[in-house]
Design a protein around this ligand. Structure first.
Ligand SMILES: [Zn+2]
Length: 371
């Protein structure tokens, strides 16, 4: 049912016959499951449609909006955001609370969910809750480690333990933000390559890698720390304890200027801005060439706030990549900016949760998932 639903949602109008062809299921099976999806209000049958070009078209199935939602909670810099994301891929409602003394990200999030969202959206229409953080979520040690976000220890002394019981009536998933951006890219930008890397630029720098179509290390951010690649062994000390990490050389918080301002200044010919971009491009190319040697991605997507750095930066990265790395592999890797909106991680989180953890059989079973 999930596979059928995903095909219907992405196609915006598809027939049962085409679905059967796409999913390699029999027409009878497709028909039965489609009826079930219609009964559950996930999709609707729009009936026979006509068009001038091709005449009568078979019955058209479409995903239904305004029915089911995933709540996506984001914790950023003394702020807890809560977004109600429709499973057809748009944000139906957003709210934000600022952290005051004595409050925690968890208590703020509970307040957003119970005092606000659940007053507007019926509980049975909420499929689950995602908590999205810019951090390494270490499932083996039940720890969240972040170099860009100060999360505190939580009431019990362990934030993950507190989260287990924070939303007791819902399936809850704790996810890393870069992984959510990367998943959005795979689904909504319809990435065809099985091996690709997504680099997220923001307060920190992170990467999510897909190998053979699968996300490496799930959405936990705990198996790669691309932002902490050394690009200059004599560079400044990074919050992680290492010297000259990519993140310590040019993340937004280190530059003291936003990528948007930097990209705009360079475009207007500001020589200091152009020089900074060229330096950043050299460092990034060095880190990318090492990444390429390890996992050989066919495609590298620069996203998050990366695209604000502009065409000049991308050209400089491509140019610098010609001077470093193992030629045969580097030459086979394509590199481009993301084409999705900068808040794509909300849809990514919703879709990842739905595809990975939602269960049509036990839709409201409380559970806690990491990554
Ligand atoms: Zn570091």
């Amino acid at each position: 049912m999930k596979s059928l639903y995903s095909s219907i949602a992405i196609e915006d109008g598809i027939s049962r016959t085409k679905l059967a062809r796409q999913t390699h299921l029999s027409k009878t099976t497709v028909s039965t499951l489609v009826d079930e999806l219609i009964d559950l209000n996930f999709i609707s049958d729009e009936g026979v449609s006509y068009s001038d070009n091709v005449g009568r078209k078979p019955n058209c199935l479409k995903s239904r909006s305004g029915q089911y939602y995933v709540i996506v909670l984001r914790w950023i810099e003394h702020t807890a955001e809560a977004h109600v994301v429709d499973i057809t891929g748009f944000t139906a409602y957003s709210t934000k609370l600022h952290l005051k003394q004595g409050e925690s990200y968890i208590s703020l999030s509970q307040s957003c969910v119970y005092n606000d969202i659940l007053k507007q959206f019926p509980s049975r229409h909420i499929l689950g809750i995602c908590i999205v953080v810019s951090a390494m979520i270490d499932a083996a040690h039940n720890e969240i480690y972040s170099t860009t976000l100060s999360l505190g220890a939580g009431r019990s002394g362990n934030l993950i333990h507190d989260l287990y019981t924070a939303f007791p009536n819902y399936p809850v998933a704790l996810l890393e933000d870069t992984a959510c951006y990367a998943y959005a890219e795979k689904i909504y930008a319809r990435i065809r390559q099985d091996n690709f890397a997504f680099i997220n630029f923001g307060r920190g720098i992170g990467a999510t890698i897909f190998i053979d179509g699968k996300m490496l290390g799930k959405a936990s951010g705990s198996v790669t720390q691309f932002g902490h690649y050394t690009v200059d062994p004599h560079g400044p000390l990074c919050a992680c304890g290492n010297h000259g990490c990519l993140e310590s050389m040019f993340s937004e918080s280190q530059l003291k200027i936003s990528f948007e301002e930097l990209g705009a200044a360079a475009q207007h010919g500001d020589s200091a801005a152009i020089h900074t971009l060229q330096r950043m491009a050299k460092y990034l190319a060095l880190a990318l060439s090492n990444l390429i040697c390890i996992v050989n991605p066919e495609l590298i997507i620069l996203g998050g706030k990366g695209q604000y750095l502009g065409d000049l930066f991308l050209e400089e990265v491509k140019c610098s990549l010609k001077d470093v790395g193992f030629r045969r592999m580097v030459d086979c890797s394509d590199i481009r900016y993301s084409t999705l909106r900068s808040d794509a991680c909300l849809n990514g989180a919703m879709k990842y949760f739905f595809d990975t953890y939602y269960s049509f059989l036990e839709p409201h079973l409380p559970a806690f998932y990491i990554g």
